[in-house]
Design a protein around this ligand. Structure first.
Ligand SMILES: [Zn+2]
Length: 231
């Protein structure tokens, strides 16, 4: 069962990293009840957490390993099913050349998807500076607006593939896509970038929900907030 692909004492081996990150994400409430998923690319190998396994109990032996770009499984544990997120992660790898992709069922993502229509926007918040410009080198500035597209959910996760791909192509500057009443997909050049982007975006989503509770527009101009407050 090609166990040498997942057995390593190196804490930075993708199979070990996925387990470590799943515990962190579980403790943040992002992947409870086996929801969500994560995948890491290492050269021509893509590591994928399986479907239906409790994220906080994930072990390296659970991992699927796929060759890229052939998409043939190099390791496929028979007791598990591949994650339903797999075709969606492939969209980030194929279209954007991502190094890792994270999917969470964060309540902040779900709330924002209920408060916004086609896209989420937020501006003039320091945390935006953690996010990349994507279409050019460097990161967004304090005065920039972060925009994340929102796609509609489907009955089966894998059926999101077409609309996710369309959103990735329609928003060349985004590093994430929100799924209404479901969660969010975030990717990055490396596993650590994807982790930081996911954390920064979730912070901004949570902040936007709170701002709207106080009648403050998250994408409003500086100085306009005070007028919009209903205190
Ligand atoms: Zn999901």
């Amino acid at each position: 069962m090609a166990d040498e692909l997942v057995h390593s004492h190196d804490p930075n081996h993708p199979a070990n990293l996925i387990c470590e990150l799943c515990k962190i994400f579980y403790n943040n409430g992002w992947v409870t009840g086996t929801g969500g998923g994560i995948s890491v690319k290492d050269g021509d190998k893509i590591y994928l957490a399986p479907s239906g396994v409790q994220k906080e109990r994930m072990v390296p032996e659970n991992m699927f390993v796929m060759d890229h770009p052939s998409k043939e499984y190099l390791r496929r544990p028979e007791v598990y099913k591949p994650s339903a997120c797999t075709p969606l992660f492939m969209a980030a790898y194929d279209i954007r050349g991502a190094g890792a992709c994270i999917h969470t069922h964060s309540q902040n993502a779900v709330m924002v998807s209920l408060l916004y229509d086609k896209e989420f926007t937020i501006a003039n918040i320091e945390q935006i500076k953690a996010l990349p410009r994507v279409t050019e080198p460097g990161y967004l500035g304090f005065f920039d607006t972060l925009t994340i597209p929102i796609i509609e959910n489907t009955a089966h996760e894998e059926d999101l593939k077409d609309s996710l791909e369309q959103a990735i192509l329609a928003y060349p500057g985004t590093t994430a896509v929100l799924v209404r009443r479901h969660g969010i997909y975030v990717w990055g050049e490396s596993v650590w970038k994807a982790k930081v982007y996911n954390e920064a975006i979730d912070y901004l989503l949570e902040l936007a929900v709170k701002m709207r509770q106080f009648g403050i527009a998250p994408d409003g101009a500086i100085g306009s907030e005070r007028e919009q407050r209903r205190l």
